[in-house]
Design a protein around this ligand. Structure first.
Ligand SMILES: NC(=O)c1ccc[n+]([C@@H]2O[C@H](COP(=O)([O-])OP(=O)(O)OC[C@H]3O[C@@H](n4cnc5c(N)ncnc54)[C@H](OP(=O)(O)O)[C@@H]3O)[C@@H](O)[C@H]2O)c1
Length: 334
């Protein structure tokens, strides 16, 4: 197949492009050339800003056609519609990368792809924030459905993990647990958790496109129940030196501490929303999603952390001083 990837040089899309090339597909990436510059010299590159305007976008894709298009980097419905207009039916099958954040706060675990969605963001919403991200993605999905109809393929990932994770949410826990000692873990330890290895997600997306499958699929692992404690224990099993201890600290205590939003990555501060991390993966597993063992993802992520020159963004994860002070204060409270 000849696949157009809108994006493709950071993390989710990067693994998709690598997977597609590895499976023998021709790939064209549309991106601005800022992120991951120099990646994938064997692929085609259309350099431009998808937000530059209808004429510019149409000129970028003019005279070309593809068997499939994967839109990895749309966050606003206008971007989805503008791409559809520019492609004018020449993009082939269409896969939109969405998120499990599209779901309305669910009544309990077990949500499926047909569970209720949040109300879509209105046209006045353009800033992508923690609050608008889900509603904007709902609006994007609606715009994609309007453009591509029943042929539309949507994937809704949970936290994507693995090498090249620019968010450092998961790598920061791998690195911390590998350092050993007493590790502050934010409670409650029972909250649900799911992740997906970006490479398994990429293989699933490509397999769906190769087989001409349409529909909506969670890309999540494992099947519930699985908790945040299970996740951190699985990481510790692979990387933590002997003598490492995990100390679970009350979430309300941590909520009252003066911490940045990313100081405790993956920690769900609002348990009412936590059930989106207990999504039912049955449809995706039946359609071929095959997540590797979490231990393999942990090991590969730790390899990437050690050998890559990548640095965690400022503020992701506690500093060791912050962690020690919080543990001391927590212990002093009895
Ligand atoms: N990471 C997670 O845990 C997670 C969870 C759920 C869903 N998702 C979804 O996964 C997707 C994000 O993945 P990613 O960022 O890792 O994807 P990616 O495709 O690997 O990287 C983003 C790409 O978009 C390009 N880009 C950004 N703005 C652009 C613009 N205005 N015009 C043209 N190209 C542009 C970037 O290149 P340039 O900067 O060079 O333009 C880069 O190639 C999103 O849809 C997100 O909602 C992620």
């Amino acid at each position: 197949m000849h696949i157009l990837v809108v994006g493709g040089t950071r993390f989710v899309g990067r693994h998709l492009v690598a997977g597609a090339l590895g499976r023998g597909h021709r790939v064209t990436l549309l991106h601005r050339g800022r992120t991951g510059a120099g990646l994938f010299p064997e692929a085609g590159h259309l350099l431009g800003d998808r937000d530059a305007g209808p004429a510019e976008l149409a000129a970028l894709v003019a005279g070309r056609s593809w068997d499939a298009t994967v839109d990895v980097c749309a966050y606003r419905p206008g971007q989805v519609s503008a791409l559809a207009t520019a492609l004018d039916g020449r993009g082939g099958a269409h896969l939109f990368v969405s998120t499990v954040s599209v779901y309305a706060p669910p009544p309990g675990p077990g949500l499926t792809e047909s569970s209720a969605l949040l109300p879509p963001a209105g046209p006045e919403v353009s800033d992508v924030t923690d609050e608008t991200y889900g509603p904007l993605k709902v609006a994007c999905e609606q715009a994609a459905a309007a453009a591509y109809g029943d042929a539309l393929l949507v994937i809704r990932p949970t936290y994507v993990v693995g090498p090249h994770d620019h968010t450092w949410r998961f790598p920061s826990w791998v690195r911390r647990l590998a350092a050993g000692g007493e590790v502050l873990c934010p409670g409650p330890d029972t909250l649900p958790m799911q992740v997906i290895d970006a490479r398994d997600q990429a293989a699933f997306m490509l397999s769906l496109l190769e087989r001409g499958v349409a529909g909506r699929f969670h890309t999540v692992s494992p099947r519930p129940p699985f908790s945040f404690a299970d996740l951190l224990s699985a990481v510790a099993d692979v990387v933590a030196p002997a003598g490492t201890t995990l100390t679970w600290v009350d979430g309300d205590f941590l909520g009252d501490a003066d911490l940045s939003a990313d100081a405790l990555p993956l920690w769900e501060r609002a348990p009412k929303d936590a059930d989106v991390l207990a999504a039912d993966p049955s449809a995706a597993y039946a359609a071929g999603l095959s997540p590797r063992p979490l231990a393999d993802t942990v090991a590969d992520t730790w390899d990437w952390v050690r050998v890559s020159a990548a640095q965690a963004p400022a503020g992701v994860g506690l500093t060791r001083t912050q962690e020690a002070e919080l543990l001391a204060t927590w212990r002093a409270r009895g």
